[in-house]
Design a protein around this ligand. Structure first.
Ligand code: UD1
Ligand code: UDP
Length: 427
């Protein structure tokens, strides 16, 4: 009898054990699932989803260090969106910084216009914001991409951070349409990352008040906007790149000649002003047998048609394709003088100690002019040619402009911006 009971017990225990074992398999799964879920709400959801959006070469160069910085922080989930307002000139930057976009709108069309590009960016970013639901959208500067994607984020009620906020000429037609693009981007933004004290003041003067709220981002979003002086991320990009000392032998530059680097692409210089610039170049190479002018020609057909028809085949004028950022930095460093209407080049060249003449009548970047290494010469042929001539002939004038100053940053702007976003958004 006893044996029988023991046997029954033994069988019951075996059955119970097996039953438990069968049960623990799904139990284990349920427990694992539960912990996974708990981990997701506790930790994953705490990530701050930062949508970084850009489309042109200069935006890419200036946003790339920030993307790399955001990736270093486990608190962020960066989502890179490119409009591809530029295609080839954007891709070379993505390659250099090894950034793979999460969304590529691939919008560029040959000789595109402002209307279609603006409306396409508005419509396409709407879909992405709805899908991604970012905590903040970061835009850069003054391009159509910056303005349209900021407006789109504003419509979607997503907080906006404007990198390179507060630049102004206070002339709505110069540069066109960039002055209005940046005014509008600032107007809809919540966090303003101003590169210099001047840009901070411009924002304050335009009614954007510093530190109105001390609550979290939601109250800030409703009642006030914030301004932070961060420096310009272009210096972060330049320092990252220039130390690569990229080889320029493929350009076949002559060692016995002084290199003058030229870039010009601004809309307001299309037509006659750009022709004047080309005429000044013709004048200069004719008078000075010891100079070589190197012009990486922007891919905009409005630029290329004028430049190639005026300068193609001229001795000691090298018209080349736009350079990738690393060789371009090496070329800026090697140049004796730089002539440019580019915003980015005006900011970078002072760090390299190369005199810069700006081919515009107005600039939103007065800091380098104040420091002495940059001068505005406009687009008058005689003024350009005579100022370059003075730099070539007058050593003391040249030396007075050849100084390495860094009014736009110290290479830490991206770090500051990332920390500021953390401070505003940590949940
Ligand atoms: C744009 C910006 C300008 C910025 C400049 C930087 C606006 C209104 N303008 O001017 O603020 O200073 O970029 O370079 O946002 N193209 C190519 N491949 C490229 C890039 C351009 O073929 O990689 C050609 C295309 O034909 C394109 C045209 O250039 O349609 C014009 O491009 P777009 O971005 O509209 O104007 P940009 O003059 O480049
Ligand atoms: N740049 C480049 N290759 C070139 C010419 C310029 O990489 O052939 C870089 C330059 O160093 C600067 C940026 O492009 O960082 C400026 O872009 P662009 O002049 O097109 O625009 P802007 O700054 O005027 O808006």
């Amino acid at each position: 009898m006893l044996i029988y009971i023991k046997y029954i017990n033994y069988i019951e225990i075996r059955i119970l054990k097996n039953l438990l074992q069968i049960l623990t398999i799904p139990c284990k799964k349920i427990i694992l699932f539960f912990f996974n879920y708990l981990y997701t709400i506790l930790f994953m959801d705490k990530k701050i989803k930062v949508a970084v959006i850009f489309g042109t070469r200069p935006e890419a160069i200036k946003m790339a260090p920030l993307v790399l910085e955001l990736k270093k922080h486990s608190e962020f989930e960066p989502v890179v969106i490119v409009t591809a307002q530029h295609r080839q000139m954007l891709d070379q930057v993505l390659d250099l910084f090894e950034i793979t976009p999460d969304f590529d709108l691939n919008l560029m069309k040959p000789n595109q216009n402002l209307w279609s590009l603006t409306s396409e960016i508005l419509m396409e970013t709407k879909k992405i914001y709805e899908e991604v639901k970012p905590d903040i959208v970061l835009v850069h500067g003054d391009t159509t991409t910056a303005f349209a994607s900021a407006l789109s984020a504003f419509y979607a009620r997503v907080p906006i951070g404007h990198v390179e906020a507060g630049l102004r000429t206070f002339n709505k037609d110069y540069p066109f349409p960039e002055e209005i693009n940046r005014v509008l981007a600032d107007a809809v933004s919540d966090l303003h990352f101003a590169p210099t004290e001047g840009s901070v003041q411009n924002l304050l003067n335009s009614g954007i008040k510093e530190g109105i709220t001390n609550g979290d981002i939601d109250s800030s979003y409703e009642t006030g906007r914030r301004i932070y002086k961060t420096g310009n991320t272009v210096i972060d990009a330049l320092l990252y790149t220039v130390e690569k000392n990229t080889d320029l032998s493929h350009l076949g530059l002559r060692d016995d000649l002084k290199t003058i680097l030229l870039t010009s692409h601004r809309r307001e210089n299309f037509g006659k002003p750009l022709e004047n610039i080309c005429d000044a170049v013709l004048d200069l190479v004719q008078k000075n047998k010891d100079i070589e002018i190197v012009y990486p020609v922007h891919l905009n057909p409005n630029v290329r048609n004028t430049v190639f028809s005026k300068l193609d085949g001229i001795e000691r004028v090298k018209l080349i394709e736009p350079l990738d950022y690393a060789p371009f930095c090496a070329l800026m460093k090697k140049a004796h003088i730089i002539l440019t209407d580019s915003g980015g080049v005006q900011e970078e060249a002072p760090s390299l100690g190369v005199p810069v003449l700006v081919l515009r009548d107005e600039t939103e970047r007065p800091e380098a002019i104040a420091s002495g290494c940059v001068k505005l010469v406009g687009t008058n042929k005689e003024k350009i040619a005579s100022t370059v001539q003075k730099l070539l002939d007058d050593n003391s004038f040249y030396n007075s402009m050849k100084m390495a100053v860094n009014p736009y940053g110290d290479g830490l702007a991206s770090k500051r911006i990332a920390n500021i976003i953390l401070g505003n958004f940590s949940k």
